[in-house]
Design a protein around this ligand. Structure first.
Ligand SMILES: Cc1cc2nc3c(=O)[nH]c(=O)nc-3n(C[C@H](O)[C@H](O)[C@H](O)COP(=O)(O)OP(=O)(O)OC[C@H]3O[C@@H](n4cnc5c(N)ncnc54)[C@H](O)[C@@H]3O)c2cc1C
Length: 499
C-alpha cells in the first residue's frame, strides 16, 4: 500500500466506497478522556446508543493526568462558593472570561458556559464528583489539601480585578494531594460502565471519518485487532481526541512559539488526529497558534512579593498574576535573560516546595553587587528597585499595579533566580487551538456553517479558553467536560440517519 492510499485522518472515506458496515451505533465518540466520557453520559441519558473508541487500554487521557481543578461559578455561586461565603455573579464571570480570552473570545460560548456553570457543578455532583465546602486561602498551582475552592487565575490581579469583582472559581476534588484527575476519571468511567446504552472499545484507534456525498459525516473508520472496520454512526460522530501537543510536526507548523517552552504536557494520544479529521471534511481549525504555557513561579506564595526583570533590569508584569500569564508575558519579551529577584525571606522554602526548578543566578549584600553579578547594565536594577521600594512604601505599585498585599520592600541581601527559557526552569505547555464549534458542539466550516453529523469537544475543539495570558486552572477540564455534555446532548437530538 503506498502512502497516499493509507487510511489517515486527513483523508475521509466516502460512504459510497463502504462495502459493509462492521458496526453500528447512534453516536460514535472518539476518545475517552473528560470530554468523551461526559459526552457519552449525556447522550446516553438523552436516549441514544453510544460507542466510545479509545486508543489506550483504559480511559483517562490528559484529564486523568491533570489536577482536575474545574472552573465554575456565576448565578450567585455554586454550593461550595456559597458555603465559603462567596456570592458570584454571572456577569463578573463573563467579564473575567472574556478579558481572559482577549481578542479571540467567543462571546456566545463564554456566555453559555457561565450561565450554565452552577448547573454543570450540580451535574458533576449528581454523577458522584465530591467537593468539600471549604476554602483554600494560600496561593497554589494545585491544591494539595482536600479543600474544595481556591483562586486559580488572575481574578484578584490587575487588570482583571479592576473590571470584574474577584471571586474564586477553581473547584478542587475532595481528595488529598494532587490526585483529582485520577479520581475524576474513575467516577466518569464508573458512570459510563453502568449505562447499558454505552459501550467502549479500548485499544481501538479512530483512523478517519466517513462522509456522504452531500458532506454529512455518517461514521468513522477504526483499527482494532489490526483490522480496519467501518462504523456507521446514525446520529453523528463526536471528536474528543484531545489536542496536538505531542505532534512535533503540527507544533512546528501551527504553534511554533509554544516550543519555546521545554515540557509538552499531556498524554501520548495528543497528536491532533481529531482536529485533522475535522479539517478533512471542511471543519475550520482556529486559534491554532495558541496554548497554555507557564512559568510556575509559585509556590511558595511569598515569591509573589519578588520581582521579575528582563535583561535591562526592568519589570514588565505585575507578579501577582496566574503563572500562565507570567509565562506568556515572559516569552513575548525581547530579552535574552530573565531573573526573579527576591529577599531571603521571600525565597523562604523555595527549594522544598517549588515546581519551577530555576537555579540561583546570583546573590548580593547590596543591589549594586547583585546587579554586577547578573551582568546587568550598571544602575538598571538599582533604579528598578529604588522605584519599586518607593511604591511599596506608598502602598501602590504605580508601574505594574501589583496588589498592595504583595508589596514588600526588597531589602538586601537579595537573591536572583535564573528563569531564562532553556536554562533549567520548567516551562510546560499544551495547545489551545482546535476545531471551531458552536456552543452546541457542532463543528463549523470557515463560513460558520455546521457540518452535518460532526461534533467536537474538549481540546479537539477551540473552547472558551483561548490563550495563556488569560488561562486559569480549571478552565480546560471545565471546558472539556461542559463542551462534551453540550455535544452529547446536541448529537442525541439529531435525526437518525438509517440509509
Ligand atoms: C499535568 C497536567 C495537569 C493539568 N491540570 C489541569 C487542571 O487542574 N485543570 C484544568 O482545567 N486543566 C488541566 N490540565 C489540562 C486538561 O487536563 C486537559 O486540557 C483536558 O483534560 C483535556 O480533556 P479532553 O477530554 O479534551 O482530552 P483527554 O482527556 O486528553 O482525552 C482524549 C482521549 O482521546 C484519545 N485519543 C486521541 N486520539 C485518538 C484516536 N485517533 N482514536 C481513539 N482515541 C484517541 C486519547 O488516548 C485520550 O484518552 C492539565 C493537563 C496536564 C497534562
Amino acid at each position: 500500500m503506498n502512502k497516499a492510499e493509507k487510511t489517515n485522518p486527513s483523508q475521509p472515506r466516502k460512504a459510497r466506497d463502504v462495502q459493509h458496515w462492521d458496526m453500528e451505533t447512534d453516536i460514535a465518540i472518539v476518545g475517552f478522556g473528560g470530554a468523551g466520557g461526559c459526552a457519552a453520559i449525556e447522550a446516553a441519558d438523552a436516549g441514544s446508543s453510544v460507542t466510545i473508541f479509545e486508543l489506550a487500554s483504559a480511559s483517562g487521557g490528559s484529564t486523568a493526568m491533570s489536577s482536575a481543578e474545574i472552573y465554575m461559578g456565576g448565578s450567585g455561586g455554586t454550593r461550595v462558593q456559597k458555603a465559603c461565603g462567596f456570592d458570584d455573579s454571572t456577569e463578573d464571570m463573563v467579564t473575567y472570561m472574556t478579558m481572559a480570552a482577549g481578542p479571540q473570545a467567543d462571546e456566545a460560548k463564554i456566555r453559555n458556559y457561565c450561565e450554565s456553570s452552577t448547573a454543570h457543578f450540580q451535574w458533576l455532583v449528581d454523577i458522584g464528583v465530591p467537593f468539600k465546602d471549604s476554602f483554600h486561602e494560600e496561593r497554589a498551582i494545585m491544591c494539595l489539601t482536600d479543600d474544595g475552592l481556591l483562586y486559580t487565575g488572575s481574578e484578584k490581579a490587575y487588570p482583571f480585578a479592576q473590571q470584574a469583582k474577584p471571586c474564586p472559581r477553581g473547584h478542587n476534588l475532595y481528595i488529598e494531594g494532587d490526585n483529582g484527575g485520577p479520581l475524576f476519571m474513575k467516577i466518569v468511567t464508573e458512570n459510563v460502565e453502568k449505562r447499558e446504552a454505552i459501550s467502549v472499545e479500548y485499544e481501538t484507534r479512530a483512523l478517519c471519518l466517513i462522509e456522504d456525498d452531500d458532506g454529512s459525516v455518517v461514521g468513522i473508520v477504526i483499527r482494532k485487532n489490526q483490522q480496519e472496520l467501518n462504523v456507521r454512526a446514525r446520529q453523528g460522530v463526536i471528536l474528543c481526541a484531545g489536542g496536538f501537543v505531542m505532534n512535533e510536526e503540527m507544533i512546528a507548523k501551527y504553534a511554533p512559539l509554544l516550543s519555546r517552552g521545554n515540557s509538552p504536557i499531556g498524554n501520548p494520544g495528543d497528536t491532533g488526529t481529531g482536529i485533522l479529521m475535522g479539517m478533512s471534511v471542511g471543519g475550520a481549525a482556529i486559534n491554532m497558534h495558541e496554548g497554555f504555557i507557564s512559568l510556575p513561579y509559585y509556590p511558595p506564595a511569598s515569591m509573589t512579593c519578588g520581582i521579575l526583570v528582563n535583561d535591562k533590569g526592568q519589570r514588565f508584569i505585575n507578579e501577582d498574576v496566574y503563572h500562565g500569564r507570567m509565562g506568556a508575558y515572559l516569552l513575548a519579551q525581547q530579552s535574552e535573560r530573565f531573573y526573579y529577584v527576591l529577599t531571603i525571606d521571600q525565597y523562604s522554602d523555595y527549594e522544598k516546595v517549588s515546581f519551577m526548578g530555576a537555579q540561583v543566578a546570583g546573590t548580593g549584600e547590596t543591589v549594586e553587587e547583585l546587579e554586577a553579578e547578573l551582568e546587568l547594565r550598571k544602575g538598571s536594577l538599582q533604579h528598578t528597585i529604588e522605584l519599586y521600594n518607593e511604591d511599596c512604601e506608598a502602598g501602590e505599585d504605580t508601574l505594574q499595579h501589583k496588589a498592595a498585599q504583595w508589596l514588600e520592600k526588597l531589602e538586601p541581601p537579595l537573591v536572583a533566580l535564573d528563569v531564562t527559557p532553556g536554562r533549567g526552569a520548567f516551562i510546560p505547555y499544551f495547545t489551545l487551538g482546535g476545531l471551531d464549534t458552536l456552543p452546541s458542539g457542532e463543528v463549523v466550516d470557515p463560513q460558520r456553517r455546521s457540518i452535518p453529523g460532526l461534533y467536537a469537544a474538549g481540546r479537539t475543539a477551540c473552547g472558551v479558553v483561548r490563550r495563556a495570558e488569560g488561562y486559569s486552572s480549571g478552565m480546560s477540564v471545565g471546558d472539556a467536560t461542559f463542551s462534551g455534555r453540550m455535544a452529547g446532548r446536541a448529537a442525541a437530538a439529531a435525526q437518525r440517519n438509517s440509509q
